[in-house]
Design a protein around this ligand. Structure first.
Ligand SMILES: C[S@@+](CC[C@H](N)C(=O)[O-])C[C@H]1O[C@@H](n2cnc3c(N)ncnc32)[C@H](O)[C@@H]1O
Length: 293
Protein backbone atom coordinates (compact mmCIF):
# COMPACT_ATOMS: atom_id res chain seq x y z
CA UNK A 1 0.00 0.00 0.00
CA UNK A 2 1.08 3.64 -0.39
CA UNK A 3 1.33 5.49 2.87
CA UNK A 4 0.36 9.17 3.02
CA UNK A 5 3.68 9.77 4.84
CA UNK A 6 7.11 8.53 3.97
CA UNK A 7 9.90 7.35 6.23
CA UNK A 8 12.86 5.71 4.55
CA UNK A 9 14.52 3.16 6.84
CA UNK A 10 18.16 4.07 7.45
CA UNK A 11 21.09 1.63 7.08
CA UNK A 12 18.50 -1.14 6.62
CA UNK A 13 20.81 -3.55 4.77
CA UNK A 14 23.68 -3.05 7.21
CA UNK A 15 21.42 -3.52 10.25
CA UNK A 16 19.86 -6.66 8.74
CA UNK A 17 23.35 -8.09 8.10
CA UNK A 18 24.33 -7.39 11.71
CA UNK A 19 21.28 -8.56 13.64
CA UNK A 20 19.35 -11.14 11.60
CA UNK A 21 21.41 -14.07 12.80
CA UNK A 22 18.63 -16.71 12.62
CA UNK A 23 16.12 -16.96 9.74
CA UNK A 24 13.29 -18.11 11.99
CA UNK A 25 14.27 -16.21 15.11
CA UNK A 26 12.32 -13.80 17.29
CA UNK A 27 13.23 -10.14 16.86
CA UNK A 28 12.38 -6.95 18.73
CA UNK A 29 11.86 -3.73 16.81
CA UNK A 30 11.88 -1.27 19.72
CA UNK A 31 10.85 1.67 17.55
CA UNK A 32 8.54 0.34 14.85
CA UNK A 33 7.58 3.75 13.37
CA UNK A 34 5.96 3.15 9.99
CA UNK A 35 7.48 -0.32 9.87
CA UNK A 36 10.17 0.41 7.27
CA UNK A 37 12.91 -1.62 8.97
CA UNK A 38 10.48 -4.37 10.05
CA UNK A 39 9.20 -4.81 6.50
CA UNK A 40 12.74 -5.02 5.16
CA UNK A 41 13.77 -7.52 7.84
CA UNK A 42 10.73 -9.72 7.12
CA UNK A 43 11.72 -9.83 3.45
CA UNK A 44 14.94 -11.50 4.60
CA UNK A 45 13.50 -13.77 7.30
CA UNK A 46 11.91 -17.22 7.18
CA UNK A 47 8.22 -18.20 7.49
CA UNK A 48 8.46 -18.90 11.24
CA UNK A 49 10.24 -15.66 12.20
CA UNK A 50 8.49 -13.21 14.53
CA UNK A 51 9.03 -9.49 14.96
CA UNK A 52 7.54 -7.80 18.01
CA UNK A 53 7.42 -4.09 17.18
CA UNK A 54 6.93 -1.37 19.80
CA UNK A 55 5.89 2.23 19.42
CA UNK A 56 4.51 4.84 21.77
CA UNK A 57 2.65 6.38 18.84
CA UNK A 58 -0.68 4.73 17.99
CA UNK A 59 -0.96 6.65 14.71
CA UNK A 60 2.40 5.24 13.61
CA UNK A 61 1.42 1.73 14.70
CA UNK A 62 -1.77 1.84 12.61
CA UNK A 63 0.28 2.84 9.56
CA UNK A 64 2.93 0.20 10.30
CA UNK A 65 0.27 -2.52 10.45
CA UNK A 66 -1.02 -1.49 7.02
CA UNK A 67 2.41 -0.95 5.53
CA UNK A 68 3.86 -4.27 6.71
CA UNK A 69 0.66 -6.34 6.63
CA UNK A 70 2.39 -9.59 7.62
CA UNK A 71 1.27 -12.13 10.22
CA UNK A 72 4.86 -12.44 11.46
CA UNK A 73 4.68 -8.90 12.90
CA UNK A 74 3.04 -8.14 16.26
CA UNK A 75 2.72 -4.38 16.76
CA UNK A 76 2.46 -3.26 20.38
CA UNK A 77 1.50 0.14 21.78
CA UNK A 78 4.10 0.46 24.51
CA UNK A 79 7.54 1.83 25.21
CA UNK A 80 10.39 -0.44 24.23
CA UNK A 81 11.30 -0.39 27.91
CA UNK A 82 8.41 -2.91 28.29
CA UNK A 83 9.96 -5.35 25.79
CA UNK A 84 10.99 -8.14 28.18
CA UNK A 85 7.57 -8.25 29.83
CA UNK A 86 5.79 -8.21 26.45
CA UNK A 87 7.86 -11.10 25.04
CA UNK A 88 6.94 -13.11 28.14
CA UNK A 89 3.24 -12.18 27.85
CA UNK A 90 3.26 -13.31 24.20
CA UNK A 91 4.85 -16.60 25.26
CA UNK A 92 7.95 -15.90 23.16
CA UNK A 93 11.54 -16.79 24.05
CA UNK A 94 14.31 -14.22 24.25
CA UNK A 95 15.14 -12.57 20.95
CA UNK A 96 17.91 -13.25 18.44
CA UNK A 97 18.15 -9.55 17.63
CA UNK A 98 16.80 -6.12 18.47
CA UNK A 99 16.76 -2.70 16.86
CA UNK A 100 16.34 0.71 18.49
CA UNK A 101 16.04 3.39 15.79
CA UNK A 102 15.88 6.34 18.14
CA UNK A 103 14.13 9.67 17.88
CA UNK A 104 11.20 10.54 15.69
CA UNK A 105 10.00 9.49 12.25
CA UNK A 106 9.60 11.68 9.19
CA UNK A 107 5.87 11.20 9.62
CA UNK A 108 5.96 12.79 13.07
CA UNK A 109 8.33 15.58 11.98
CA UNK A 110 6.43 16.46 8.82
CA UNK A 111 2.94 16.39 10.36
CA UNK A 112 2.23 19.95 11.63
CA UNK A 113 -0.44 18.65 14.02
CA UNK A 114 2.26 16.88 16.05
CA UNK A 115 4.18 20.11 16.73
CA UNK A 116 7.72 18.76 16.28
CA UNK A 117 8.89 20.97 13.43
CA UNK A 118 9.89 24.62 13.63
CA UNK A 119 9.28 24.86 9.87
CA UNK A 120 5.55 24.13 10.22
CA UNK A 121 3.07 26.00 12.35
CA UNK A 122 1.16 23.74 14.71
CA UNK A 123 0.24 23.15 18.34
CA UNK A 124 3.19 22.88 20.77
CA UNK A 125 2.65 19.17 21.38
CA UNK A 126 5.71 16.97 20.62
CA UNK A 127 4.35 13.82 22.31
CA UNK A 128 5.22 10.47 20.77
CA UNK A 129 2.36 9.03 22.81
CA UNK A 130 -0.80 11.07 22.36
CA UNK A 131 -2.25 9.58 25.53
CA UNK A 132 0.59 10.98 27.67
CA UNK A 133 -0.15 14.06 29.75
CA UNK A 134 3.07 16.08 29.36
CA UNK A 135 3.21 18.28 26.24
CA UNK A 136 5.71 20.89 25.07
CA UNK A 137 3.01 23.51 25.70
CA UNK A 138 2.85 22.50 29.36
CA UNK A 139 6.62 22.76 29.77
CA UNK A 140 6.84 26.12 28.01
CA UNK A 141 3.94 27.68 29.94
CA UNK A 142 4.20 26.05 33.35
CA UNK A 143 7.78 25.08 34.17
CA UNK A 144 9.97 27.48 36.17
CA UNK A 145 12.99 29.34 34.86
CA UNK A 146 15.56 26.94 36.36
CA UNK A 147 13.91 23.84 34.89
CA UNK A 148 13.53 25.44 31.46
CA UNK A 149 17.17 26.46 31.48
CA UNK A 150 18.25 23.00 32.64
CA UNK A 151 16.52 21.13 29.80
CA UNK A 152 17.83 23.63 27.22
CA UNK A 153 21.34 23.00 28.52
CA UNK A 154 21.12 19.26 29.16
CA UNK A 155 18.98 18.17 26.22
CA UNK A 156 19.70 20.94 23.69
CA UNK A 157 23.33 21.78 24.59
CA UNK A 158 22.06 25.31 23.98
CA UNK A 159 24.64 27.89 25.03
CA UNK A 160 21.99 30.62 25.13
CA UNK A 161 19.83 28.58 27.51
CA UNK A 162 19.50 31.36 30.08
CA UNK A 163 18.53 34.04 27.53
CA UNK A 164 15.96 31.76 25.88
CA UNK A 165 14.44 30.67 29.20
CA UNK A 166 14.18 34.35 30.27
CA UNK A 167 12.55 35.25 26.94
CA UNK A 168 10.00 32.45 27.33
CA UNK A 169 9.17 33.62 30.88
CA UNK A 170 8.70 37.21 29.61
CA UNK A 171 6.58 36.15 26.62
CA UNK A 172 4.23 34.02 28.67
CA UNK A 173 3.44 36.97 30.92
CA UNK A 174 1.84 38.49 27.78
CA UNK A 175 -0.27 35.39 27.09
CA UNK A 176 -0.14 31.64 26.62
CA UNK A 177 2.42 30.25 24.15
CA UNK A 178 0.53 27.60 22.20
CA UNK A 179 2.13 27.22 18.76
CA UNK A 180 5.45 26.19 17.26
CA UNK A 181 5.75 29.49 15.39
CA UNK A 182 5.15 31.54 18.56
CA UNK A 183 8.01 29.70 20.25
CA UNK A 184 10.23 29.94 17.18
CA UNK A 185 9.66 33.73 17.06
CA UNK A 186 10.50 34.12 20.76
CA UNK A 187 13.81 32.29 20.28
CA UNK A 188 14.63 34.16 17.07
CA UNK A 189 14.37 37.46 18.94
CA UNK A 190 17.17 36.51 21.36
CA UNK A 191 19.44 34.10 19.46
CA UNK A 192 21.19 34.37 16.13
CA UNK A 193 21.47 31.23 13.99
CA UNK A 194 24.77 29.50 13.31
CA UNK A 195 25.37 28.70 9.65
CA UNK A 196 22.46 26.77 8.23
CA UNK A 197 21.15 25.78 11.67
CA UNK A 198 18.02 27.65 12.73
CA UNK A 199 18.40 29.42 16.12
CA UNK A 200 15.47 27.47 17.60
CA UNK A 201 16.70 24.00 16.52
CA UNK A 202 18.26 23.12 19.87
CA UNK A 203 15.29 24.49 21.81
CA UNK A 204 12.94 22.23 19.85
CA UNK A 205 15.27 19.25 20.35
CA UNK A 206 15.44 19.89 24.10
CA UNK A 207 11.66 20.10 24.45
CA UNK A 208 11.10 16.93 22.44
CA UNK A 209 13.58 14.98 24.54
CA UNK A 210 12.01 16.27 27.78
CA UNK A 211 8.41 15.61 26.70
CA UNK A 212 9.18 11.98 25.77
CA UNK A 213 11.86 11.22 28.38
CA UNK A 214 13.97 10.12 25.45
CA UNK A 215 17.33 9.97 27.20
CA UNK A 216 15.76 8.20 30.19
CA UNK A 217 14.53 5.46 27.83
CA UNK A 218 17.89 5.19 26.03
CA UNK A 219 19.60 4.97 29.41
CA UNK A 220 17.40 1.95 30.22
CA UNK A 221 18.35 0.05 27.02
CA UNK A 222 21.56 -1.28 28.60
CA UNK A 223 19.77 -2.78 31.60
CA UNK A 224 17.01 -4.09 29.34
CA UNK A 225 19.19 -6.08 26.93
CA UNK A 226 20.02 -9.03 29.21
CA UNK A 227 16.27 -9.60 29.63
CA UNK A 228 15.40 -9.51 25.93
CA UNK A 229 18.38 -11.04 24.10
CA UNK A 230 19.48 -14.66 24.20
CA UNK A 231 23.20 -15.57 24.10
CA UNK A 232 24.54 -14.79 20.62
CA UNK A 233 21.74 -12.23 20.16
CA UNK A 234 22.61 -8.78 18.87
CA UNK A 235 21.20 -5.31 19.46
CA UNK A 236 21.62 -2.40 17.05
CA UNK A 237 21.09 1.19 18.14
CA UNK A 238 20.72 3.97 15.60
CA UNK A 239 21.20 7.47 17.04
CA UNK A 240 20.74 10.90 15.51
CA UNK A 241 22.45 13.35 17.84
CA UNK A 242 25.57 13.42 19.96
CA UNK A 243 23.77 13.20 23.33
CA UNK A 244 22.21 9.86 22.41
CA UNK A 245 25.32 8.54 20.71
CA UNK A 246 27.58 9.40 23.68
CA UNK A 247 25.17 7.65 26.03
CA UNK A 248 25.02 4.49 23.89
CA UNK A 249 28.79 4.45 23.33
CA UNK A 250 29.48 4.75 27.08
CA UNK A 251 26.94 2.11 28.13
CA UNK A 252 28.08 -0.36 25.44
CA UNK A 253 31.72 0.09 26.50
CA UNK A 254 30.78 -0.58 30.14
CA UNK A 255 28.85 -3.70 29.09
CA UNK A 256 31.74 -5.00 26.96
CA UNK A 257 34.17 -4.43 29.85
CA UNK A 258 32.11 -6.86 31.98
CA UNK A 259 32.97 -9.74 29.59
CA UNK A 260 29.40 -10.89 28.86
CA UNK A 261 28.96 -8.60 25.88
CA UNK A 262 31.13 -7.73 22.93
CA UNK A 263 31.10 -4.77 20.59
CA UNK A 264 30.32 -5.99 17.07
CA UNK A 265 31.62 -2.84 15.39
CA UNK A 266 34.56 -1.20 17.15
CA UNK A 267 33.91 1.99 15.19
CA UNK A 268 30.57 3.58 14.66
CA UNK A 269 28.88 2.80 11.31
CA UNK A 270 27.49 5.75 9.32
CA UNK A 271 25.41 5.86 6.13
CA UNK A 272 27.30 6.09 2.86
CA UNK A 273 27.48 9.29 0.83
CA UNK A 274 25.07 7.64 -1.61
CA UNK A 275 22.50 6.87 1.11
CA UNK A 276 22.66 10.45 2.45
CA UNK A 277 22.21 11.79 -1.08
CA UNK A 278 19.07 9.67 -1.48
CA UNK A 279 17.82 10.37 2.04
CA UNK A 280 19.24 13.57 3.61
CA UNK A 281 17.66 12.66 6.97
CA UNK A 282 20.21 9.86 7.24
CA UNK A 283 23.07 12.36 7.45
CA UNK A 284 23.54 12.38 11.23
CA UNK A 285 22.78 8.67 11.81
CA UNK A 286 25.25 6.56 13.77
CA UNK A 287 24.94 2.81 14.29
CA UNK A 288 26.38 0.79 17.17
CA UNK A 289 25.89 -2.96 17.61
CA UNK A 290 26.52 -5.17 20.63
CA UNK A 291 26.36 -8.97 21.04
CA UNK A 292 25.50 -11.06 24.05
CA UNK A 293 28.32 -13.55 24.36
C1 LIG B 1 13.00 6.92 13.74
S1 LIG B 1 11.38 6.33 14.02
C2 LIG B 1 11.45 4.64 13.58
C3 LIG B 1 11.28 4.40 12.12
C4 LIG B 1 11.22 2.94 11.75
N1 LIG B 1 12.46 2.25 12.04
C5 LIG B 1 10.88 2.77 10.27
O1 LIG B 1 11.72 2.28 9.51
O2 LIG B 1 9.75 3.13 9.87
C6 LIG B 1 11.31 6.25 15.76
C7 LIG B 1 9.98 5.78 16.33
O3 LIG B 1 10.21 5.38 17.67
C8 LIG B 1 9.13 5.75 18.47
N2 LIG B 1 9.66 5.82 19.84
C9 LIG B 1 10.52 6.71 20.38
N3 LIG B 1 10.82 6.38 21.65
C10 LIG B 1 10.14 5.22 21.92
C11 LIG B 1 10.05 4.37 23.06
N4 LIG B 1 10.70 4.63 24.21
N5 LIG B 1 9.30 3.26 22.97
C12 LIG B 1 8.62 2.96 21.81
N6 LIG B 1 8.65 3.75 20.71
C13 LIG B 1 9.42 4.86 20.77
C14 LIG B 1 8.65 7.06 17.88
O4 LIG B 1 7.29 7.26 18.19
C15 LIG B 1 8.89 6.83 16.37
O5 LIG B 1 7.73 6.35 15.75
Amino acid sequence: MTLPWKHIPILAGEIADFILTEPDGVYVDGTLGLGGHAKFFLSRLGPKARIVGFDKDEEALAMARENVSDGRLTAVHASYTQAAQTLAELGLPKASGALFDLGLSSYQLDNPARGFSLLRDGPLDMRFDLSASLTAEKIVNEWGLADLERILLDYGEERNAHAIAMAVMAARREGKITTTFQLKNIVERVVRGRGKIHPATQTFQALRIAVNDELGCVERVASLLPDILKPGGRAAVLTFHSLEDRLVKTRFKEMAAGGQWKLVNKHVVAPSYEEVRRNPRARSAKLRVIERV
